[in-house]
Design a protein around this ligand. Sequence first.
Ligand code: AHM
Ligand code: MG
Length: 336
Amino acid sequence: HAADAQRTDLMTITRHALNEQGRHPESRGDFTILLSHIVLGCKFVASAVNKAGLAKLIGLAGETNVQGEEQKKLDVLSNEVFVKALVSSGRTCVLVSEENEAAIFVDAPLRGKYCVCFDPLDGSSNIDCGVSIGTIFGIYMIKDKDNATLEDVLQPGTNMIAAGYCMYGSSCTLVLSTGNGVNGFTLDPSLGEFILTHPNIKIPNKGKIYSVNEGNARNWDAPTAKYVERCKFPQDGSSPKSLRYIGSMVADVHRTLLYGGIFLYPADKKSPNGKLRVLYEVFPMSFLMEQAGGQSFTGKQRALEIVPYEIHQRSPIFLGSYDDVEEIKSLYASES
Ligand code: AHM
Ligand code: MG
């Protein structure tokens, strides 16, 4: 009875991480401990996001009556929870958060071997209308624990050892890769546990959806403009692609991962480096895409091969189904 087996043999995210640990005999469970602290942060945000919605709905936002103030608070609150959870795990050394101007260097007694770059609450402009938002994270290994420097987080994405995101949507889903494929876990609120619901996610080779802020179209470069034109008016007799754009990277990428297609935040005349941040948006999502069989491209190179020189650096990004990204790559290649 498959259904019975599912109910009684639950693959929690911790159990999954412990299984993965078997691939690294030298590991002493440090990654599993780190992950459980990230998971704690995600559960906190999931609960806070739900309560924020509820408070608005029934008019309990008393203490934070000014609209928008509460939204800011949720950002800041989420960041504090993640920073404290990561530091107290005793497994981190350098932290980079979208919310903190400077990198955080963990004090010696609590120092561990991992560096975590994260956006605690991405897409926060979507909070007030109840649209999905998310947390994004990428993890590096420190080179020398006793000599942590900024260099430890200014590494190309190819050096990441794990990446993931948590989407706070109609359900709360955590998608994770430790470099051995991609797995999705859904929070079972009654258990308070993330359970494996999407094992070994593979992105379709080609998709029927493109996802971009078309309001920026007049400032795009020629290859981007041509690509989006082709999505609408394909030259090979295929059907036009559908446009879906939530404006929350986690939700747009999650849909792209599951249904296939392409997500783009290209360069434009106003923002020559696009909008999205390399360390905690572009790299983790690119890592996941490649692990799922897709691709990620900046307009110039494989996104994971960027060598960052500052922690809040931005990059244009085109990611998704292998064939769809191949097409934009060839447009940029024929342009140069
Ligand atoms: P944020 O970090 O300020 O929330 O901005 C990041 C978000 C992404 O989630 C999303 O992909 C993008 O901004 C949308 O930008 P735009 O509103 O310009 O289309
Ligand atoms: Mg962000």
